[in-house]
Design a protein. Structure first.
Lengths: 77, 257, 187, 362, 257, 362, 77, 187
């Protein structure tokens, strides 16, 4: 089972991850970070399928992914 | 126990970049860093930063770096590689830097067959200086030096670097990729891996052109920039491999006339 | 007599615009003016600022190290410029995004919840106009009407925008004027 | 015509157009991007042509070609870009072609920074490129003056058949100030028809050749001698400067040019308020340099203060002018940092208190 | 009565050139002059001399001339043509001038579609400076900066300008000819006529690459130079038309991979 | 090692190799083609690398890259080619990289001619490019001295981490004279290991960055101040000059550099034969300039004669040195014409007969 | 009937015309011209067929051709 | 004591070569020498020349405007340099290609049919060696043997060439020496 960690301070609020997520479980938050950006948040962690598309998409390395136990990888990266 | 399956590559410095929100320079940086890690050459890699938005690249990679003058990165790369052939040398250049002021240097570096790798970021505009027309700007695209849109009668058509470079006789690896959506990012990384691998093997010069977004100067929100790139740039800048050191030469023959 | 001010905030908050409008107003009022933006990559994403000088004499230095007034639209700007303000100068704080007051004692401080006000007026992007209004309210830089004139010129293309902005401007002006009265009394 | 609030870069562009400039070739570089941007919009409107060159090297050769046809042409850039034009400018001077080159200086060396500087003084006035030549250098201190000097520059370029450089700093490029363009402005020089231009040869005259190559050293020497005579004429006829408070008595003379001189005027006001009498000579032409004016004004003072945004370049010309007849003090900032009037005030006081070291290069 | 059927064209000045015995620069000069005469544009033609052995071309033509800096003739041509579009503008450039230092200028001039004509003289060497290697020098060919012969491992393969230029998207006329024997001279003249005609019609940029001899720096007597050119250069530099403004674009497509 | 008769260009190339130069990047240009030609043969023999760059712009950036790795590298060119290197040299200075640049001057401006000249003095010593920087300039007057100075140049470049220029004229490039290379020559400076070089970062140190960009003006200003301090150190420690006949009494002091000074020695002999006492100071470093030596020697004379192959460039530094303490006379040829000793003799006599006009720029 | 006129002072003695002549009727002379070159000469004017190949070949415009009366042109030029 | 000479002729006559050989010989003889060629495009096809200085003192000016001697291998060279020769200087004329004598009276003139002699020796390309021999014969610049040494070094690769060239050298030397004797007597 996979866990997405978004760093509020690294996020620039570009929304690319929100768009990239096949599960549509990422969203933009209402809070402004230190650099003046509204940053992305995980809305429904439970439904994450660990595809890593949000991580791959993020231009700012604001998203990391951890998995607990075994995990099927949809594609090699 | 939790295992981190996606994290910052070692070759990528742990800092926040100055890039605008949604600018895919950031993605391309990460891909280059991942390839350097995976090939295990971080300790003998030297990067060359261009003059452009990626001018500060030397702050974003954990490898020795050399800041080139505008457009001359391939000449700087030549100097470094000739001085220390054991080093893995790559330049990272924008389209104004490489395709405009740096045209002579990139063509001659490739034609000499310098064993270096060029990461060419084509975002169809001058980002750093605030959105002037680039040689790669699309017909009709608005920029601050063509505010009514690029007029091909006055400024000509966009230059396709991958095509142009692939017609040189000297063996090389030349490819084009894009990073406007996650799946294309995976292909882009594969192209970069091959480009660096050819250098590690001492085979040939390699260049990967990567289509990139510039939401700020395109005046298009990041989320819509990918779509703009796909609609406007992809058809004119086809993705794929244009030349391999094994394949023959690719220049046109005289017309039957 | 010279008025000078540094206006600062995030890029995209419309700081450079209100600075220009202030300069225009000054010019229309027959004064000598200069407008100087911060420029360069550091602008991108980050903060930006501009210096406006309005004077009866030809403007000497367009660069003001210790300005008579500062309009701080966000926290970084406040931290960057508060210390530079001339003694007994004016500090305008956008309390919507800055949740602390001034550190100095000598300053005339005007706290304006620019974003809230703009929001209430149904003109969320008008926070900068509120701030501009507050500044001219708290100083004798230029008359309100001059600025209103400039607003009309600036947004001539889109009349709809004109009224909401003038509205924001007035609201800000009142707050600025109010904040100055006591001091006027003291004098 | 009424005053308009304009950014320096745009005022420079409009001034060129008003002066009859039909062609602009240039390459983007901060802090003067608004010049090419403005010209890209404006020139087509008047039947002129704008080309974004592939580089400054190309730009300098495009103006070289265009100037050869007799049309009025301009380019603009900032420090690193000007360096790339060095060879081209030497060709322009050697071929005696009139062009206007605007350099909005930024801090160097190398890529340096993008903030204001005066680090290109030596380059502009002495060693711009190889070979014996000079360009006329005009240094504005305000947007209005920038606009005026750009127009004069075109006349001077045509009159002397020589490149003229307008040398400003980042402030001139980025600042907004009110500008007024004189209606129906007359050329400041008697200008002859450009019978030397490459306009096509119908046989009524021998072919015109634009060239700087003279393989016969005797011929080239004669050419060099003619050029030198021209530069001497500039030195005799074109010196420009402004004086501030030199009519009254003063202890200290400030020598400064460009926007730095504005800061100094503010300082001079402040000092006057405190009873310290300071005057200033502001060179407007950097080549030819107002040696006499500086010397005469200096001889009325007890000491001279040179203020520059460089490590000390114009100060050498001040030394040449003074020939050790007065002590010279130096105040500077570099790297894009600007001199504040407070610093100038402080330095003047230090000089009077004997707390400032005199400097000398020669 | 005797009629003169072959004599000096009007556009060619009645002087002896400084060219070495047997140097075909002289032939190419004459062809250009003949074409100018035949198109009747002498009174509105401006030529641009390069830096190279033809640096003194301005003394050899009866038209206005402009001496460019080394390699920048296409930029000078751009300036002249933009200033006075009614002029017929041509540059005359050697291979060091155009293909080495001037690579950026020629590509961008062509890509902007400047309506000028470029006469490109490829003699596979630097003549003026005494026989250094050119980008067009043949593999194994001896030159003063490759005294053991051009080593393609170090200096890469010769650059084929006609091929390279023809891959640009902007419409243009690009051809290659040679003048090493009388019959090829006739074909070369035809290519030049078409190139100038396209400009006269205001159609497009045009470039004719012409293979030429340099007996002096090849170290081969004039009489044998033609043979050397035919054997060594012709196979690598095929003669013909590579691109016409009407024909489509000629760049390679991505490899199936 | 025994004497060898060598062409200047080849002696320069061999001297570089002897000094440990492993890399040469350059582009052909008369009158120094024999330097790249020699290096193209010689460097491969010692495991070095020669690249004929596509242009001087590229060459200046190739040495920039190569110098960054810590290897010893050289380029050479002549006047127009040096102008094209302007931006690159500014980057080298801004990034503090050691390189040796040889300029075999030819006549200008523009394409000019290919014969000897000293018209690039201003360029070399003052305005080489944009931004505040200096390069150390060495001016040989013979082939032997050219060879020696080239070797010293590499040491000085490494010691100061700064470009060093060897400035000769066409004679130095083309003339043949006997040359001797000292066996087992020791560096003239204490040289440190190049820990700053881009050799690959294994983590034992932070990544090395070769760079001249400093967006923060305060940081850039500190950088500029450090650079200025370095140039001041050069001025304090590296001044070189030679004196001729200054120990005895003399009426006239000649100031000349490079091959022109040789012509002057012949003239001095002739004059001595006719009982006229003339001495000479020959600057060997042009930056830093031997102001003190020139001034002191001048004060012993009644007048000073400056001889140059230019319209008058070094003469400004002589003026700075003298500060009007002695009348200055000027003799020059241009365009590739050379000064003959007969002309020098004639000029000296004219000065003594009061038949020569004094000159002054400042 | 055609006549070839070779200018001794324009000729640089490259011999290209000698080679080009299909009739082999041009040859190099024994005299040196003002510029130090042995120059080409017409040996058998009679056999000239007026093909103009020597004229077309000469890099130095040293050869002119005149015809008396009508003349068949082997090719257009 | 200083000897200096300008040697001039068509390109391809081997002028620069004999100039170099003279300089080498001087160096081997322990003297100070310099060799300076004319260079540049004007060389190509046209004429070329070089200046050689051989001196006991370090060579001052390597450029000699009025040389002590001139070797003219063709007419243009004679016309270009005759006037420049120092008073009572030496003028060597290649009478094979120059069918006029000297115009000046003061000069010591040596007319040498260099091409004929070389031809007779079956070494047509050796005219330059004949001229060199004549020059050293007519001056004290260097000893014949020194030059012969240099010939051996220079053509070491092709021994066949050595002898014919030494032969040409000697023939020239005799003519030069002969031409000087009378003058020696006069003295
Ligand atoms: C010689 C020189 N010319 C111009 C510039 C200004 N300049 C900086 S970046 C740039 C172009 C950047 O565009 P691009 O290469 O496309 O990179 P991007 O910013 O789009 O990533 C220019 C023209 C400079 N620094 N130096
Ligand atoms: C900036 C500059 N670099 C170098 C030179 C020297 N140079 C003169 S001509 C030439 C090359 C000539 O070769 P090419 O262009 O092939 O013409 P060719 O002489 O063979 O006809 C060079 C390098 C110069 N004059 N200017
Ligand atoms: S992609 Fe990255 S930067 Fe963009 S919103 Fe998502 S987390 Fe933030
Ligand atoms: S300006 Fe464009 S290219 Fe530059 S950082 Fe911003 S988005 Fe990226
Ligand atoms: S050197 Fe070569 S190209 Fe130049 S003129 Fe001679 S033969 Fe022709
Ligand atoms: S081709 Fe011309 S130059 Fe050559 S030999 Fe014949 S006539 Fe003379």
């Amino acid at each position: 089972m996979s866990r997405i960690v978004i760093s509020p301070d690294r996020c620039k609020g570009c929304e690319l991850c929100v768009q990239a997520c096949p599960q549509q479980i990422l969203g933009m938050g209402k809070k402004i970070n230190s650099r003046g950006y509204f940053y992305a948040e995980m809305v429904e962690q439970m439904r994450c399928i660990g595809c890593r598309l949000c991580c791959i998409t993020c231009p700012d390395m604001a998203i990391e992914m951890q998995v607990h136990g075994a995990m099927y990888h949809y594609f090699a990266y | 126990m939790a295992e981190t399956v996606f994290a910052r590559p070692k070759a990528l410095a742990d800092v926040t970049t100055h890039y605008c929100p949604g600018c895919t320079h950031g993605v391309i940086h990460r891909l280059v860093a991942e390839v350097i890690d995976e090939l295990g050459v971080r300790d003998r890699t030297v990067g060359i930063a261009p003059v452009g938005c990626s001018v500060l690249a030397y702050n974003y990679f954990n490898v020795d770096f050399h800041e080139a003058s505008h457009g001359r990165a391939p000449a700087v790369a030549t100097g470094i590689k000739r001085a220390r052939p054991e080093l893995i040398v790559f330049s990272y250049q924008g389209d104004g830097d490489l395709a405009s002021i740096g045209m002579a240097e990139i063509i001659h570096c490739a034609n000499r067959g310098e064993k270096v790798t060029v990461v060419f970021v084509n975002n169809a505009i001058y980002g750093m200086t605030g959105g002037q027309m680039a040689p790669t700007t699309m017909p009709g695209q608005v920029a601050t030096t063509c505010q009514l849109g690029r007029d091909v009668e006055q400024a000509g058509h966009p230059i396709r670097i991958a095509e142009l470079m692939s017609t040189l006789r000297t063996p090389a690896f030349v490819a084009r990729a894009t990073v406007h959506d996650p799946l294309t990012v995976i292909h882009a990384k594969e192209m970069l891996r091959r480009a660096f691998a050819y250098q590690v093997e001492g085979r040939c010069f390699s260049l990967v052109e990567i289509l990139s977004t510039c939401p700020t100067n395109w005046g298009i929100p990041p989320a819509e920039s990918a779509g703009w790139l796909e609609e406007n740039m992809l058809p004119y800048y086809p993705v794929g491999i244009f030349k391999t050191p094994d394949g023959g030469s690719r220049e046109p023959k005289p017309l039957a006339d | 007599m010279q008025n000078d001010v540094i206006m600062a905030g995030f890029g995209g908050q419309g700081i450079l615009l209100i600075g220009k409008m202030l300069a225009y107003a000054g010019m229309h009022a027959g004064k000598e003016v200069s407008w100087l933006p911060s420029y360069g990559p550091e602008m991108r994403g980050g903060t930006c600022n501009c210096t406006v000088v309005i004077s009866d004499e030809p403007v000497g230095s367009p660069v003001i190290r210790s300005p008579r007034a500062v309009v701080a639209m966000n926290l970084p700007s406040l931290e960057k410029f508060e210390a530079d303000i001339r003694e007994d100068g004016l500090l305008l704080i956008n309390s919507s995004l800055i949740n602390r007051g001034a550190e100095r004692e000598d300053l005339t401080v005007v706290e304006v919840p620019a974003n809230e006000i703009a929001g209430e007026l149904g003109n969320p992007r008008g926070a900068n106009m509120v701030a501009l209004g507050a500044y001219i309210g708290a100083t004798d830089a230029v008359a309100l009407d001059e600025v209103i004139e400039v607003v009309r010129e600036t947004f001539g293309a889109k009349p709809a925008v004109i009224d909401v902005n003038i509205e924001a401007l007035r609201k800000g002006f009142e707050l600025g004027a109010a904040a100055r009265r006591p001091e006027a009394v003291e004098a | 015509m009424t005053k308009k609030l304009m950014k320096g870069s745009e005022a420079i562009g409009e001034a060129a157009v008003q002066a009859g400039c039909k062609l602009f070739f240039g390459y983007p570089i901060t802090p003067q991007n608004e010049i090419p941007e403005y010209m890209s919009m404006r020139l087509p409107q008047i039947g002129g042509s704008f080309v974004q060159a592939e580089s400054e090297v190309a730009a300098s050769n495009m103006i070289y070609g265009a100037a050869g046809t007799g049309e009025r042409v301009m380019t603009s850039s900032s420090s690193p870009g000007i360096s790339l034009m060095a060879e081209g400018i030497s060709y322009l001077a050697g071929s005696e072609l009139p062009v206007v080159i605007v350099n909005i200086m930024r801090a160097g060396p190398g890529l340096g920074g993008i903030l204001p500087s005066q680090g290109d003084y030596f380059q502009a006035t002495k060693g711009l490129a190889h070979g014996d030549f000079r360009v006329l250098v005009l240094a504005p201190w305000s947007i209005q003056e920038a606009a005026d000097l750009v127009q004069d520059a075109f006349d001077l370029a045509d009159y002397y058949r020589n490149p003229v450089m307008v040398l400003g700093d980042g402030l001139i490029g980025q600042m907004m100030e009110p500008v007024e363009f004189r209606e129906g402005r007359e050329p400041i020089k008697q200008l002859e028809e450009k019978t030397w231009a490459t306009t096509g040869c119908d046989g009524s005259r021998p072919p015109n050749i634009i060239n700087s190559l003279f393989l016969d050293p005797e011929v080239l020497e004669r050419h060099n001698i003619r050029l030198k005579a021209k530069y001497d004429r500039m030195a005799a006829d074109e010196v420009r400067f402004a004086e501030y408070g030199t009519e009254a008595d003063y202890d200290i003379l400030i020598v400064a040019y460009g926007t730095v001189a504005r800061v100094c005027t503010t300082a001079i006001e402040e000092l006057r308020a405190t009873g310290v009498a300071v005057a200033m000579v502001r060179p407007i032409t950097l080549f030819p340099y107002p040696y006499e004016a500086v010397r005469e004004a200096a001889l009325k003072a007890s000491a001279v203060l040179v203020v520059e945004l460089s490590s000390g370049q114009m100060i050498e010309d001040v030394e040449l002018a003074l020939a050790r007849s007065r002590p010279i003090h130096f105040l500077n900032r570099m790297g894009g940092m600007l001199v504040s009037f407070e610093e100038v005030v402080g330095k003047v006081k230090a000089i009077l208190d004997g707390a400032s070291e005199e400097v000398r290069h020669g």
